[in-house]
Write a protein of this length. Structure first.
Length: 156
């Protein structure tokens, strides 16, 4: 079994960009953060701010997940300098549905850790929507600790 991550190619980036905007918008709607009517536009605006130069945006690392020579997903990392050294923020990880539940999320996280070690990253952070129990479980298993809680009570 071959499993690795590599720099995303331009043609893959175009698909990633559009799919990610739709998925990000849907997650915000599902979480109650955004109204559906405005969600795509808001997501697109955020992506344009974060990736103004697309795949070539400085300090943004867009990677493909390769399993047995098949592109099965993608990773978006932001590596940046802070006073203590370098940090990484995982903006997005996505493994195609057909490949989920096979331990490949764990392998992907291990690849991210190795990638970050090679870049002298001191810590890795991420955000996960509360309803994504599978991801929360994976991140806990990988040694991530909760650093913040955002809570809400519906009044209707």
């Amino acid at each position: 079994m071959s499993f690795y991550i590599e720099n995303m190619k331009q043609h893959t980036f175009k698909a990633f960009y559009e799919e990610s905007i739709i998925e990000y918008a849907a997650e915000h709607v599902k979480s109650g953060n955004w109204e559906e009517e405005e969600s795509i536009e808001r997501a697109r605006t955020e992506f344009e701010k974060l990736l103004p130069e697309g795949i070539n945006t400085s300090n943004q690392y867009l990677l493909s997940v390769i399993y047995n020579n098949v592109d099965i997903g993608y990773i978006w990392l932001h590596i940046f300098d802070v006073k203590e050294g370098k940090k990484c923020f995982i903006y997005d990880i996505n493994i195609k549905d057909a490949y989920r539940g096979k331990g490949l999320g764990t392998k992907t996280m291990q690849c991210i850790e190795e990638y970050c070690k090679d870049k002298d990253v001191e810590s890795i952070g991420l955000h996960v929507f509360g309803h994504n129990k599978r991801a929360v479980s994976l991140y806990n298993k990988m040694g991530f600790e909760t650093t913040n809680y955002r809570m809400e009570k519906k009044m209707k």
